[in-house]
Design a protein around this ligand. Structure first.
Ligand code: PLP
Length: 385
């Protein structure tokens, strides 16, 4: 069959519900598309309610939230910020926006996130050079909680504040507590491919009331309290629109359902593809962790199969099914050439051997069957023992 014989299956497309339109409709009916309005307040309240965070600021993107969050932690020119290498570039770009430099750290094999041992090495090496890292960014990649117990203990021991990039991890938990609430500042993304979406958007959460005020101030051009336009600090235009926040309100009501569905998709693949030689699933949950399984990832072991991630990706693409390599580690990106790196083999290996499968919460049983049959077919064509 030719690829146009099928509808395309995307990696992680938006999945809207029934209530988003009501919030949009109300905003337009009330002529309240701007400035900040009831949907924005409501969306922030919804996020606080779900996460238990005391304060939430809705922003134009997760990247904007990381930028403001790092500035709240005092990151500025000449500082260094500890950051996992295995993540999307948006985790680290705001370090550069602020004139600071990242120090990259390898993953550990269970959660694929920040390795506590390497983190300690990086901090100790930095202190030996008389330089105290200004902040630590932790990421829960693919919605998998990192080794929080160990990492929080190390950050506390060396008194380094944490920015928690939970862009992919909304709805995931650790010891029952929602991710995004473990750092001094937490960040979510509502980009189009995330577990919930506002088409584009982000949020910053914190328990610090002063930081909440400051983030709102910076996000709206840092306008001083005066009748005219008066500015003493550098600001940005980062506030989410009241319209998009309306979509977010509708989406937040679906979060538990979407997490359940993504976890079921992971289990479905695992159950139906368990017999394929050299194919395994990851990452795995740490003790106390409950992932949202934003994307289902597989690894292909070259000692057991001649099927490579790229062969599999092309085979899926030929049947109009989108899949994608795992994130390419940041220490291997030309953008960050020369940046210090602690370890590196674990995440480089994941990148070489991994692939993300379609994981959208609207996938049907028939879609999953079609994807699984295509993967089986790829093994029939390309697997040689
Ligand atoms: C999506 C993402 C971001 C950035 O979020 P945007 O809303 O797209 O700016 C940051 N970090 C990670 C890990 C992400 O996956």
């Amino acid at each position: 069959m030719r690829s146009q014989d099928y509808d395309r299956i995307y990696l992680s497309p938006p999945h809207l519900g029934r209530h988003e339109l009501n919030y949009l409709h109300k905003a337009i009916e009330d002529n309240w598309v701007a400035p900040a309005g009831p949907n924005l307040d409501g969306f922030e309240r919804d996020i606080c309610e779900f996460t238990g965070a005391a304060h939430c600021v809705a922003l134009t993107s997760g990247t904007a939230a990381i930028h403001l969050g790092l500035r709240l932690l005092g990151v500025g020119p000449g500082d260094t910020v500890l950051c996992p290498s295995f993540t999307f570039v948006a985790t680290a770009n705001p370090i550069s926006y602020l004139g600071a430099t990242p120090v990259f750290i390898d993953s550990e094999a269970t959660t694929w996130n920040l390795c506590p041992q390497r983190l300690r090495e990086a901090i100790e090496a930095s202190l030996r050079q008389g330089r105290r890292p200004k902040a630590l960014i932790i990421v829960h990649l693919y919605g998998m909680p990192c080794q929080l117990r160990e990492i929080l203990a190390i950050a506390a021991e060396f008194d380094i504040p944490i920015l928690e990039d939970a862009a992919e991890a909304l709805g995931a938990r650790y010891d029952g507590q929602p991710l995004g609430t473990f750092g001094a500042v937490g960040v979510f993304s509502f980009n189009g491919n995330k577990i919930l979406t506002t088409s584009g958007g982000g949020a910053l959460v914190t328990n610090n009331a002063d930081w909440d005020k400051k983030a709102r101030f910076w996000a709206t051009q840092a306008k001083d309290d005066a009748p005219h336009y008066q500015h003493s600090e550098l600001g940005y235009n980062y506030r989410l629109s009241n319209l998009l926040a309306g979509i977010g309100r509708g989406q937040m009501g679906l979060l538990d359902d979407r997490v359940k569905k993504r976890r079921e998709i992971f289990s479905w693949y695992q159950k139906h593809l368990a017999d394929l030689p050299g194919l395994s699933f990851g990452p795995a949950e740490p003790t106390g962790g409950r992932a949202n399984r934003w994307l289902t990832c597989v690894l292909l072991d070259p000692t057991q199969t001649t099927v490579t991630p790229e062969l599999l990706r092309q085979h899926l693409e030929a049947r109009n099914i989108e899949s994608r390599p795992l994130w390419k580690p940041l220490h291997l990106q030309p953008l960050f050439a020369g940046v210090p790196m602690f370890g590196g083999e674990v995440c480089a290996d994941l990148f070489t051997h991994g692939l993300c499968l379609p994981s959208g919460s609207a996938l049907t049983e028939a879609d999953l069957q079609r994807i699984a049959e295509t993967i089986r077919d790829a093994f029939a064509c390309h697997h040689h023992a």
